[in-house]
Design a protein around this ligand. Structure first.
Ligand code: ADP
Ligand code: MG
Length: 292
């Protein structure tokens, strides 16, 4: 076959919902052997819904949800939206927050009506010096369902758990099968908990899972695999994914995600689902197959 020009390829890409930043991005796409994918918003819809609220100690479920939702009004994370919306639909009214802080990859903290609240993963609780052992079994049962369980602590004591579930995109499973057929190894890199990540990965036949990762961790994983000779494509949607997208041989942004992700990537998928990567790979090989 005659190789088509980069300009033609870019035009075809656009028709197929793949925006190509430059010829290099397409060249790398033809040669990658490993795809690293973020979970939330990339494999999943990124529109999680509140599924469970557990009150521990003296607090009722409504109390726990009120503390959680009040704090999350200050966060733009998809998990935050799920908690705020879950509270609203359950008729729980949020309260005033002062001293709000977001801790990247861990959660949020602040004062709700004068009480000190921390909401997030085990790493956040550890930072705040709050023991979670008593609730680990409870959280694990939720994670085994693929849910993300977050701890809620009030005034230094564990007060409850809130859990959200983020449905896997309808197109993800078939796209992973196609990517495997194209010879790619698929690795999930997520800030979420190991059990939750594993439950989602198992449903999709993902080759490897790296959980509990901070943005720098995703970038370090890519640097490490590249140093070992792997050619890496990285797909992600979040502000958190920007360093990893920039570190990969080719970064692939979900067009539905954050602007900074798009800016850091060589390819952008307009439809925002993984079938775009299958198309981008075919296009790249079709374009550059003969120019290697
Ligand atoms: P992902 O890589 O899956 O997109 P993140 O790195 O954004 O995940 O977040 C990792 C974990 O940190 C979440 O699974 C959650 O437990 C916790 N977390 C992050 N942001 C928040 C928040 N606003 N509220 C509660 N928990 C949060
Ligand atoms: Mg994400």
């Amino acid at each position: 076959a005659t190789p088509i020009s980069i300009t033609t390829a870019a035009g075809r890409g656009a028709q197929a919902g793949v925006l190509v930043k430059d010829a290099e991005a397409l060249e790398h796409m033809a040669r990658v052997d490993t795809l690293i994918v973020d979970k939330t918003g990339t494999l999943t819809e990124g529109k999680p819904k509140l599924t469970d609220v557990v009150g521990l100690g003296d607090l009722t479920e409504a109390d726990v949800l009120r503390f959680a939702a009040s704090l999350e009004r200050g966060s733009e994370h998809p998990l935050a939206e799920a908690i705020v919306e879950g509270a609203r639909s359950r008729g729980v009214k949020p309260e005033n927050v002062t001293g709000f802080e977001a801790v990247t990859g861990k959660g949020v903290t602040g004062k709700v009506s004068g009480q000190t609240v921390a909401l997030g993963n085990a790493a956040l609780m550890q930072m705040a010096g709050i023991a979670v052992e008593a609730a680990e079994a409870n959280a694990d049962a939720l994670r085994a369902d693929g849910k993300t369980a977050m701890f809620v602590a009030v005034d230094g004591t564990l007060a409850g758990i809130v859990a959200v579930a983020d449905p896997i995109k309808e197109t993800t499973a078939a796209a992973i099968r196609d990517l495997h057929a194209q010879g790619l190894k698929v690795i999930m890199a997520t800030g979420d908990n190991q059990r939750t990540a594993q439950a989602v990965a198992a449903k999709l036949g993902i080759d490897e899972v790296r959980a509990g990762m901070l943005p720098e961790g995703k970038k370090a994983l890519i640097d490490d695999l590249r140093a070992k000779g792997a050619k890496i494509a990285m797909a992600g949607d979040g502000v958190n994914d920007a360093p990893a997208l920039a570190a990969a041989d080719v970064g692939i942004a979900m067009g539905t995600g954050a602007d900074v992700a798009v800016e850091s990537a060589g390819l952008t998928l307009l439809g925002g689902d993984l079938t775009g990567i299958v198309r981008a790979r075919k296009l790249a090989i079709g374009t550059l197959g003969n120019i290697k």
